[in-house]
Design a protein around this ligand. Structure first.
Ligand code: NAP
Length: 232
Protein backbone atom coordinates (compact mmCIF):
# COMPACT_ATOMS: atom_id res chain seq x y z
CA UNK A 1 0.00 0.00 0.00
CA UNK A 2 0.96 3.61 -0.54
CA UNK A 3 2.67 5.27 2.44
CA UNK A 4 0.68 7.83 4.42
CA UNK A 5 2.07 11.25 5.34
CA UNK A 6 0.17 13.51 7.76
CA UNK A 7 0.82 17.24 7.56
CA UNK A 8 -0.64 19.72 10.05
CA UNK A 9 -1.14 23.34 9.08
CA UNK A 10 -1.71 22.03 5.56
CA UNK A 11 -4.19 24.75 4.54
CA UNK A 12 -1.59 27.51 4.26
CA UNK A 13 2.03 28.48 3.74
CA UNK A 14 4.80 25.98 4.48
CA UNK A 15 2.41 23.20 5.55
CA UNK A 16 0.38 23.45 2.36
CA UNK A 17 3.48 23.45 0.16
CA UNK A 18 4.85 20.48 2.12
CA UNK A 19 1.59 18.55 1.77
CA UNK A 20 1.73 19.26 -1.94
CA UNK A 21 5.37 18.21 -2.29
CA UNK A 22 4.82 14.97 -0.34
CA UNK A 23 1.84 14.22 -2.60
CA UNK A 24 4.09 14.67 -5.62
CA UNK A 25 6.61 12.34 -4.01
CA UNK A 26 3.97 9.60 -3.99
CA UNK A 27 2.56 9.68 -0.46
CA UNK A 28 -1.14 9.60 0.34
CA UNK A 29 -1.35 12.91 2.20
CA UNK A 30 -3.55 13.48 5.24
CA UNK A 31 -3.91 17.27 5.32
CA UNK A 32 -4.90 18.54 8.78
CA UNK A 33 -5.84 22.13 9.62
CA UNK A 34 -8.33 24.29 11.51
CA UNK A 35 -9.08 26.34 8.37
CA UNK A 36 -11.90 24.52 6.54
CA UNK A 37 -11.88 26.75 3.47
CA UNK A 38 -8.11 26.48 3.04
CA UNK A 39 -8.31 22.70 3.36
CA UNK A 40 -11.05 22.49 0.70
CA UNK A 41 -8.96 24.61 -1.62
CA UNK A 42 -5.92 22.39 -1.03
CA UNK A 43 -8.03 19.30 -1.68
CA UNK A 44 -9.46 20.66 -4.96
CA UNK A 45 -6.00 21.57 -6.28
CA UNK A 46 -4.40 18.32 -5.12
CA UNK A 47 -7.04 16.19 -6.82
CA UNK A 48 -6.96 18.31 -9.99
CA UNK A 49 -3.22 17.62 -10.08
CA UNK A 50 -3.69 13.88 -9.65
CA UNK A 51 -2.33 13.72 -6.10
CA UNK A 52 -3.79 11.37 -3.46
CA UNK A 53 -4.95 13.35 -0.46
CA UNK A 54 -7.62 13.48 2.21
CA UNK A 55 -8.43 16.42 4.47
CA UNK A 56 -9.13 16.45 8.19
CA UNK A 57 -10.54 19.48 10.00
CA UNK A 58 -9.08 19.52 13.51
CA UNK A 59 -7.56 21.73 16.18
CA UNK A 60 -4.21 20.04 16.71
CA UNK A 61 -3.94 21.34 20.27
CA UNK A 62 -7.07 19.39 21.26
CA UNK A 63 -6.62 15.91 22.75
CA UNK A 64 -10.01 14.60 21.56
CA UNK A 65 -9.62 16.04 18.06
CA UNK A 66 -6.18 14.46 17.66
CA UNK A 67 -7.60 11.12 18.88
CA UNK A 68 -10.14 11.36 16.05
CA UNK A 69 -7.36 11.92 13.52
CA UNK A 70 -5.58 8.71 14.53
CA UNK A 71 -8.80 6.66 14.79
CA UNK A 72 -9.28 7.59 11.16
CA UNK A 73 -5.65 6.75 10.34
CA UNK A 74 -6.25 3.25 11.73
CA UNK A 75 -9.04 2.73 9.19
CA UNK A 76 -6.90 3.74 6.22
CA UNK A 77 -4.68 0.63 6.38
CA UNK A 78 -1.70 2.53 5.02
CA UNK A 79 1.73 2.59 6.72
CA UNK A 80 2.16 5.94 8.48
CA UNK A 81 5.57 6.92 7.13
CA UNK A 82 5.67 10.62 7.92
CA UNK A 83 4.23 13.24 10.25
CA UNK A 84 4.98 16.91 9.67
CA UNK A 85 3.98 19.25 12.49
CA UNK A 86 3.62 22.64 10.81
CA UNK A 87 0.52 24.21 12.39
CA UNK A 88 1.28 27.29 14.44
CA UNK A 89 0.00 30.70 15.47
CA UNK A 90 1.70 33.86 16.67
CA UNK A 91 0.49 36.76 18.80
CA UNK A 92 2.34 40.02 18.33
CA UNK A 93 2.68 42.03 21.55
CA UNK A 94 5.26 42.99 24.14
CA UNK A 95 5.79 40.25 26.78
CA UNK A 96 4.18 42.38 29.51
CA UNK A 97 1.02 42.78 27.42
CA UNK A 98 0.42 39.07 26.77
CA UNK A 99 -2.62 37.68 28.61
CA UNK A 100 -2.63 34.27 30.28
CA UNK A 101 -5.14 33.02 27.69
CA UNK A 102 -2.92 34.21 24.82
CA UNK A 103 0.14 32.55 26.39
CA UNK A 104 -1.73 29.26 26.85
CA UNK A 105 -3.20 29.35 23.34
CA UNK A 106 0.15 29.89 21.59
CA UNK A 107 1.92 27.25 23.68
CA UNK A 108 -0.94 24.80 23.11
CA UNK A 109 -1.27 25.24 19.38
CA UNK A 110 2.46 25.35 18.72
CA UNK A 111 4.00 23.01 21.31
CA UNK A 112 1.40 20.80 23.01
CA UNK A 113 0.19 19.87 19.51
CA UNK A 114 3.61 18.49 18.60
CA UNK A 115 3.63 16.30 21.70
CA UNK A 116 0.04 15.13 21.10
CA UNK A 117 0.44 14.39 17.40
CA UNK A 118 3.87 12.75 17.72
CA UNK A 119 2.82 10.53 20.64
CA UNK A 120 -0.24 9.34 18.75
CA UNK A 121 1.71 8.74 15.52
CA UNK A 122 4.43 6.74 17.27
CA UNK A 123 2.61 3.37 17.68
CA UNK A 124 1.77 3.28 13.96
CA UNK A 125 5.39 3.97 13.05
CA UNK A 126 6.76 1.48 15.59
CA UNK A 127 4.44 -1.17 14.19
CA UNK A 128 5.91 -0.79 10.71
CA UNK A 129 9.44 -0.33 12.12
CA UNK A 130 9.98 3.01 10.42
CA UNK A 131 8.70 6.55 10.34
CA UNK A 132 9.85 10.14 10.16
CA UNK A 133 8.52 13.01 12.24
CA UNK A 134 9.49 16.52 11.16
CA UNK A 135 8.71 19.43 13.46
CA UNK A 136 8.88 23.00 12.28
CA UNK A 137 10.74 25.04 14.85
CA UNK A 138 12.09 28.47 13.87
CA UNK A 139 15.12 30.69 13.86
CA UNK A 140 13.27 32.33 16.78
CA UNK A 141 14.36 29.38 18.92
CA UNK A 142 17.85 30.96 18.73
CA UNK A 143 17.51 34.65 17.93
CA UNK A 144 14.29 36.58 18.26
CA UNK A 145 12.68 39.98 18.80
CA UNK A 146 10.54 41.66 21.44
CA UNK A 147 7.03 41.11 19.98
CA UNK A 148 6.84 37.33 19.80
CA UNK A 149 7.74 35.95 23.24
CA UNK A 150 5.17 33.07 23.51
CA UNK A 151 5.96 32.05 19.92
CA UNK A 152 9.68 32.11 20.71
CA UNK A 153 9.17 30.03 23.85
CA UNK A 154 7.10 27.51 21.88
CA UNK A 155 9.76 27.20 19.19
CA UNK A 156 12.56 26.73 21.75
CA UNK A 157 10.32 24.05 23.26
CA UNK A 158 9.86 22.34 19.89
CA UNK A 159 13.63 22.21 19.31
CA UNK A 160 14.19 20.69 22.77
CA UNK A 161 11.24 18.28 22.50
CA UNK A 162 12.50 17.14 19.10
CA UNK A 163 15.84 16.13 20.64
CA UNK A 164 14.08 14.27 23.47
CA UNK A 165 11.79 12.35 21.10
CA UNK A 166 14.64 11.56 18.70
CA UNK A 167 16.61 9.96 21.54
CA UNK A 168 13.60 8.15 22.98
CA UNK A 169 12.28 6.67 19.76
CA UNK A 170 15.29 6.33 17.43
CA UNK A 171 16.01 2.70 18.31
CA UNK A 172 12.47 1.70 17.37
CA UNK A 173 12.95 3.11 13.88
CA UNK A 174 11.20 6.44 14.42
CA UNK A 175 13.34 9.39 13.35
CA UNK A 176 12.50 12.83 14.72
CA UNK A 177 13.97 16.02 13.23
CA UNK A 178 13.27 19.72 13.32
CA UNK A 179 13.77 22.38 10.69
CA UNK A 180 14.40 25.97 11.78
CA UNK A 181 13.41 28.28 8.93
CA UNK A 182 14.30 31.97 8.79
CA UNK A 183 11.70 34.34 7.30
CA UNK A 184 9.55 32.54 4.72
CA UNK A 185 6.97 34.44 2.66
CA UNK A 186 3.65 33.12 4.02
CA UNK A 187 0.50 34.69 5.55
CA UNK A 188 2.17 34.30 8.98
CA UNK A 189 5.27 36.25 7.92
CA UNK A 190 3.07 38.92 6.32
CA UNK A 191 1.12 39.28 9.58
CA UNK A 192 4.43 39.73 11.39
CA UNK A 193 5.40 42.54 8.99
CA UNK A 194 2.04 44.29 9.46
CA UNK A 195 2.45 44.06 13.24
CA UNK A 196 5.56 46.25 13.08
CA UNK A 197 4.63 48.74 10.34
CA UNK A 198 3.80 49.16 6.67
CA UNK A 199 3.93 45.70 5.06
CA UNK A 200 5.86 46.57 1.90
CA UNK A 201 8.28 48.92 3.66
CA UNK A 202 8.93 46.28 6.32
CA UNK A 203 9.42 43.61 3.62
CA UNK A 204 12.01 45.81 1.92
CA UNK A 205 13.84 46.34 5.25
CA UNK A 206 13.71 42.63 6.05
CA UNK A 207 14.96 41.63 2.60
CA UNK A 208 17.91 43.99 2.84
CA UNK A 209 18.92 42.33 6.13
CA UNK A 210 18.89 38.79 4.71
CA UNK A 211 21.80 36.97 3.09
CA UNK A 212 19.84 36.25 -0.10
CA UNK A 213 18.28 39.71 -0.22
CA UNK A 214 14.81 38.13 0.04
CA UNK A 215 12.64 35.97 2.26
CA UNK A 216 12.53 32.25 1.52
CA UNK A 217 9.68 30.62 -0.38
CA UNK A 218 7.60 27.80 1.19
CA UNK A 219 8.81 25.36 -1.49
CA UNK A 220 12.39 25.78 -0.25
CA UNK A 221 11.38 24.42 3.17
CA UNK A 222 9.02 21.81 1.69
CA UNK A 223 11.94 20.34 -0.26
CA UNK A 224 14.01 19.94 2.92
CA UNK A 225 11.09 18.30 4.73
CA UNK A 226 10.48 15.95 1.80
CA UNK A 227 14.13 14.87 2.05
CA UNK A 228 13.89 14.30 5.83
CA UNK A 229 10.78 12.19 5.29
CA UNK A 230 12.38 10.18 2.50
CA UNK A 231 15.56 8.83 4.12
CA UNK A 232 14.94 5.37 5.53
P1 NAP B 1 0.60 29.93 8.06
O1 NAP B 1 0.63 30.30 6.60
O2 NAP B 1 -0.13 30.81 9.01
O3 NAP B 1 0.04 28.42 8.18
C1 NAP B 1 -0.23 27.83 9.42
C2 NAP B 1 -1.52 27.01 9.30
O4 NAP B 1 -1.77 26.36 10.57
C3 NAP B 1 -2.75 27.89 8.98
O5 NAP B 1 -3.56 27.28 8.00
C4 NAP B 1 -3.45 27.92 10.33
O6 NAP B 1 -4.85 28.16 10.24
C5 NAP B 1 -3.16 26.53 10.85
N1 NAP B 1 -3.49 26.42 12.27
C6 NAP B 1 -3.44 27.38 13.22
N2 NAP B 1 -3.86 26.91 14.40
C7 NAP B 1 -4.20 25.60 14.21
C8 NAP B 1 -4.73 24.60 15.05
N3 NAP B 1 -4.97 24.83 16.35
N4 NAP B 1 -4.96 23.37 14.53
C9 NAP B 1 -4.73 23.13 13.21
N5 NAP B 1 -4.22 24.05 12.36
C10 NAP B 1 -3.97 25.28 12.85
O7 NAP B 1 2.08 29.82 8.64
P2 NAP B 1 3.49 29.38 7.98
O8 NAP B 1 4.34 30.59 7.93
O9 NAP B 1 3.29 28.53 6.79
O10 NAP B 1 4.05 28.49 9.19
C11 NAP B 1 4.16 27.08 9.13
C12 NAP B 1 5.15 26.65 10.20
O11 NAP B 1 6.43 27.20 9.90
C13 NAP B 1 4.79 27.15 11.60
O12 NAP B 1 5.17 26.16 12.54
C14 NAP B 1 5.66 28.38 11.76
O13 NAP B 1 5.92 28.67 13.12
C15 NAP B 1 6.90 27.90 11.05
N6 NAP B 1 7.81 28.97 10.61
C16 NAP B 1 7.39 29.93 9.75
C17 NAP B 1 8.29 30.91 9.38
C18 NAP B 1 7.89 32.01 8.42
O14 NAP B 1 8.64 32.97 8.28
N7 NAP B 1 6.77 31.92 7.74
C19 NAP B 1 9.61 30.90 9.86
C20 NAP B 1 9.99 29.89 10.74
C21 NAP B 1 9.07 28.92 11.12
P3 NAP B 1 -5.36 29.68 10.46
O15 NAP B 1 -4.84 30.46 9.28
O16 NAP B 1 -6.85 29.55 10.48
O17 NAP B 1 -4.76 30.14 11.77
Amino acid sequence: PVDLAIVTGAASGIGRETAWQLGRSGYFVGAVDIDAEGLEEFSRKAHADGLSAGIFLADVSDDTATNRIFSHVATLKKPLAALVNAAAICIFANPEDISLDQWDRVLSVNLRSVWLMSNKARPFMVESGRGSIVNISSVHAWATDHLVSPYTASKGGISALTRALAIAWGKSGVRVNAVLPGPIDTPLMRANLRAVGDEEAEYAKLSASLALGRAGQPVEIANVIDFLCSAK
